[in-house]
Design a protein around this ligand. Structure first.
Ligand code: ZN
Length: 266
């Protein structure tokens, strides 16, 4: 199960599909003599991305306070001095800090897969996908990614609704690039290795909404100031390790990929 989930009643369904489901898969792989797993992991395991404080250097902000979000203060402050922070890029060595049930289940998958590799001598390559988009994304479901939600709104003739102030940053990577990363990962032999699968060229959510509105010839986006408590502000990755070890670099430009995505009626 993907997406943030809708409410607390989703917890059993998420853990059953993503955690128990993975455990069943791994046991059956061992029974069948399968020794290689490419795991569709996620950048959500990092929680908030990396930030720098002018006084305290590299810091990891905690979850944002509801009072601050209600007041329209969306940037997470320094956990030590509450001053504004500079967002940076996360690499794969950053400790996990999952912030919602989906993220909890994705991290559990990595841990289960690593245990499976130790027990069986198999090899796991965990690809931490950033915001994947492209043809055949599910439509009209609250569990879809933000690109699919915006496109669904535009197809109904409605303006995309942008949460917070639209300045939150994500890395959008095209599904064909992601498919190529998976093929490259099949060649990896390490017992367990994790890679960010990202374009390395982050955009704001407002940029995404504007690009899709323009490509669909639809109404301009509306910035609502709404928020979801489990969301993080910026999550932007370094794609350097995937480039070095897998030979993977995303090739599809944001503008080209979004224009194609807007036009595809599937
Ligand atoms: Zn500070």
């Amino acid at each position: 199960m993907v997406g943030l989930g809708v409410d607390v009643y989703d917890m059993p369904a998420y853990t059953s599909a993503n955690v128990q489901g993975t455990a069943v898969l791994l046991a059956e792989m061992a029974r069948a003599g399968v020794t290689k797993l490419v795991l569709a992991s996620s950048m959500v395991i990092y929680g908030e991305g990396s930030y720098t404080c002018v006084r305290h250097g590299s810091v990891r902000p905690g979850p944002r306070a509801k009072d601050a979000l209600d007041a329209g203060v969306f940037e997470p402050p320094c956990p030590h001095c509450a001053q504004p922070l500079m967002p940076g890029t996360v690499d794969e060595s950053v400790p996990a800090d999952p912030r919602n049930v989906y993220a909890d289940t994705k991290l559990a998958q990595e841990h289960l897969a690593a245990s499976w590799a130790r027990m069986t001598g198999g090899s796991v390559t965990a690809l931490r996908y950033h915001n994947v988009y492209g043809p055949r994304m599910p439509r009209d479901t609250p569990y879809a990614g933000v690109a699919a939600l915006f496109r669904s709104a535009l197809l109904r003739g409605e303006a995309p609704k942008v949460f917070e102030d639209g300045q939150q940053r994500r890395d959008f990577v095209h599904v064909r690039d992601v498919a190529r990363a998976n093929v490259l990962a099949l060649e990896q032999k390490a017992p367990f290795a994790a890679y960010n699968i990202a374009s390395g060229r982050p955009r704001t959510i407002a940029d995404l909404a504007k690009a899709l509105s323009a490509a669909c010839d639809g109404p301009p986006p509306v910035v609502t100031g709404d928020y979801r408590l489990g969301d993080v502000r910026h999550i932007v990755a370094s794609p350097a390790r995937a480039a070095a070890d897998l030979g993977f670099t995303a090739e599809i430009a944001f503008e080209d990929g979004m224009a194609e995505f807007a036009a595809v009626n599937a």
